[in-house]
Design a protein around this ligand. Structure first.
Ligand code: ZN
Length: 264
């Protein structure tokens, strides 16, 4: 992440930036905001792209979709509806958001490898050990009342396990929608002492292939598209719109750096 983007994110996440904890900050919040305002006016699409990608700003994403819809006006495409849907997928890919088929994969990894999941599993194991102990004690109970007490304690622990499993499932689902970073290696692509991360094959990210994208069209209910339509129209459009998003955001990131460095 460049210094300009880092500032951009910090300015949007915390209300004001006065000093950098590393002491590098020589810009005041007011100046940074003025630069942002100037660029917002000059390069609205690029700034929205940075907002959507780095600050997860939903209104910015909606404005981008409106702009993309205008790109389609000048295109001689037969299936503008599918092209529009693909552009929205392109925006997700640009923002590093996973497509549906990858969300399942990612959720499974979150359920298994995240710190939260590991903590949950430790808790659950502890409860399971306790249940076993209690069950052993049930056999040696001498009174019915004592047995009932133990059984109800076991039930309570079982309910806790179910609740904890549900909680971690929800967490994994929720995380899998947010980012395509591999939870097993935290996006580094490698695992300490063992080398390449086997879950993401060392990529660190679950970046959808063009085939994933085509499958995704089916997944969002738009049906199968013929090879001819895909190759001649949709695939080139997808690549074109994704390319435009990268170019626009890249240019804006560059301008942002330039304008900020002028102020120092
Ligand atoms: Zn990985």
């Amino acid at each position: 992440m460049s210094r300009a983007i880092e500032l951009f994110v910090r300015m949007h996440e915390v209300r004001s930036v006065t000093a950098d904890e590393r002491g590098r900050q020589t810009l005041t919040g007011d100046i940074i905001l003025a630069v942002f305002g100037k660029l917002q006016h000059k390069m609205p699409l690029g700034m929205d792209l940075l907002m959507a990608k780095y600050v997860h700003d939903a209104p910015a994403a909606n404005r981008i979709i409106d702009v993309i819809a205008t790109w389609l006006n000048d295109e001689p495409l037969k299936r503008k509806d599918l092209a529009m849907a693909l552009s929205c997928v392109a925006l997700d890919v640009f923002c590093d958001k996973p497509v549906a088929s990858q969300k399942r994969q990612l959720a499974a990894l979150w359920r298994k490898y995240s710190d939260q999941a590991k903590r949950s599993n430790r808790l659950i194991k502890g409860w399971q050990v306790k249940i076993k102990q209690l069950q052993r004690n049930v056999y040696s109970c001498e009174t019915l009342a004592a047995e009932e007490r133990l059984l109800s304690a076991i039930n309570e622990l079982e309910a806790l396990i179910i609740k904890e499993r549900r909680r971690i499932d929800e967490y994994a689902q929720c995380q899998s929608l947010k980012s395509s970073t591999c939870p097993r290696c935290s996006g580094t692509g490698s695992i300490l002492n063992t080398g390449e991360c086997p879950s993401c094959n060392g990529h660190g990210l679950f970046v959808p292939s063009i085939d994933n994208i085509r499958q995704h069209l089916r997944h969002i209910g738009l049906g199968r598209v013929s090879d001819k339509l895909w190759e001649s129209e949709l695939k080139p459009w997808f690549e074109k719109s994704l390319g435009k998003l990268y170019v626009e955001s890249g240019e804006t990131g560059y301008e942002l750096s330039k304008e900020l460095s002028k102020q120092i």
